[in-house]
Design a protein around this ligand. Structure first.
Ligand code: SIN
Length: 503
């Protein structure tokens, strides 16, 4: 079966929904998805500097959290366009929490210099953002289709002209003038992640197969506080950083505070710093978790602000109100991804990327808390605007299909990536990972894992969420981004690209 549309958007999280919504009035759009992505699971909120807050302060916090490795022009777009996108979302029906005087409630999270995180349903912000965008999209009549994208179609002139979608036993070909990947990160390439299992790096693998560049793949962010349920794999419940924003602290097995004296912002240090301290504490104590102590927070506040976390705790028989809860780091977010410009264009004509799967440089070496929903809203709109203004012409030439190969041994790939490319890495481990991945084929998970390993091996310094115990310091000789592409055998090759410091 074949269909034809103007634009295919792949992924129904905040970035994909925002893109489709922005295009609905001007283009014939098809929204393709295999699940709703990570958006409905996002807890903390949307960061937005408005009123007495200054977007430039937000930009500074973003770049500090990003270890000074952000693209500052794109960060400015993020922080300056963010409040407007938030206002539009509210106008579309999103219900954010409000204080008694009717103003938006704002909370604090790690790395932010002031309270600027707006939230919904206490800790169910992603679900509300998702609901509001979905409802708005339904009113537009945009076509949707459930299915996994298993390949891109490329014209002989080098342009992406469509996709192949698997729905049950059928494969459908969809021809389009532009394809937008909004498929999220690489969560399921690791054994344990806060992301749902459908988030597995397919977008990265599709782009690489199509000849696109990916960048900053070594910057995989681990959330310091996933609930330690005793499960060693799969999707772990998040314990939002906003719990620490309200006053909770991390403790080791002996009841000692982990973050005291480790960073001026202590438990609200940027996420990479906290995750590293938690990992080091667990290693030192030989434990598989640490404790999060929220007992100093009034029970009413906890009930009102964190119903999702309370329910997750209750499911494993712990009570957030009266006792410490067990937490451990888990894979959370890919700061790098498919290299794009500020309007989502990749280096392959006709192929665009947006949201977590894209690398615009706004996260640098470590994403600031609650900047990801914001990224989806801002850059989703930017891609939609770009494709409204200028949609590539139809390419009537010959084309060929670039279908993904199957992963023969996904569990093995996940185990290797988890073992060697977690919070702490070193050259010997990364080389071992490359060797162990070698016989595992060229399926999407293996491709993603090899890309992370290649980038992490190349970068011989530590910055942001890439921490190498054999190169424990940041070194200005590595003020370069690692760009990965596939060679003719579908193996990653890397090159270095100087970090631009232009504002
Ligand atoms: C959290 O609520 O801690 C996660 C928010 C985020 O990933 O930005």
């Amino acid at each position: 079966m074949t269909r034809t549309v103007d634009v295919v958007v792949i992924g129904a999280g905040v970035a994909g929904l925002s893109t489709a919504l922005g295009l609905a009035a001007t283009r014939d759009v098809l929204l393709l998805s295999a699940g709703d992505g990570s958006t409905p699971w996002a807890q903390g909120g949307v960061s937005a500097a408005y009123g007495e807050d200054d977007p430039l302060d937000h930009a500074r916090d973003t770049d500090i959290a990003g270890a000074g490795f952000c693209d500052l022009r794109n960060v400015r777009a993020l922080v300056e366009e963010g409040p407007q996108r938030l206002a539009e979302l509210i106008a579309q029906g999103a219900r954010f929490d409000r204080d008694d005087d009717g103003s938006l409630s704002r909370t604090l999270e790690g790395g932010h210099g002031r309270s600027r995180i707006v939230h919904a349903g206490g800790d169910a912000t992603g679900a509300e953002v998702h609901r509001a965008l979905r409802s708005a999209l339904q009113l537009t009549g945009v076509q949707t289709m459930d299915g996994r994208t298993i390949g891109l179609i490329k014209s002989d002139s080098g342009r992406i002209v469509g996709v192949l979608v698997e729905t049950g036993t059928e494969i459908t070909r969809i021809d389009a003038r532009a394809v937008v990947l909004a498929t999220g990160g690489v969560g399921n390439a690791y054994l344990a992640s806060t992301n749902p299992p459908t988030v597995r790096g397919d977008g990265i693998a599709l782009a690489l197969r199509a000849g696109a560049s990916v960048v900053d793949m070594e910057f995989v962010q681990f959330h310091p506080t996933a609930l330690f349920t005793g499960e060693t794999g799969g999707q772990l419940p998040l314990v939002t950083e906003a719990v620490r924003g309200e006053g909770a602290v991390l403790r080791d097995m002996h009841g000692r505070r982990i973050m005291a004296g480790r960073h001026p912002r202590a438990d609200l240090a940027p996420r990479d710093v906290v995750a590293r301290e938690v990992e080091a504490t667990m290693r030192r104590d030989g434990s598989d978790h640490v404790w999060l102590d929220a007992t100093s927070i009034a029970p009413d506040v906890l009930r009102q602000r964190f119903p999702t976390v309370l329910a997750s705790c209750a499911r494993i028989g712990v009570d957030l109100l009266s006792e410490q809860i067990p937490v451990a780091p888990a894979e959370h977010f890919l700061c790098g991804g498919i290299r794009t410009d500020r309007d989502g264009a990749t280096d392959v004509p006709g192929l665009y990327a947006v949201g977590e799967v894209a690398a615009t440089g706004v996260h640098g070496a470590n994403r600031l808390a609650s900047n990801s929903l914001l990224e989806g809203l801002v850059f989703g709109r930017r891609v939609a605007t770009a494709l409204t203004l200028d949609l590539p012409a139809t390419d009537h030439g010959h084309s060929h299909e670039l279908a993904l190969n199957h992963d023969r041994e996904p569990e093995r790939v996940r185990a290797i990536l988890t073992k060697y490319a977690g919070i702490r890495r070193d050259g010997a481990g990364l080389n071992a990972a490359a060797d162990e991945l070698e016989p595992l084929g060229t399926g999407p998970l293996a491709t993603v894992a090899r890309s992370v390993i290649a980038a992490a091996t190349t970068r011989q310094d530590s910055r942001g969420c890439h921490w190498r115990s054999d190169y424990p310091h940041s070194d200005e000789r590595w003020d370069e981004h690692i760009v990965v592409r596939l060679d003719k055998d579908d193996r990653p090759t890397t090159r270095q690209l100087l970090h631009a410091t232009t504002q």
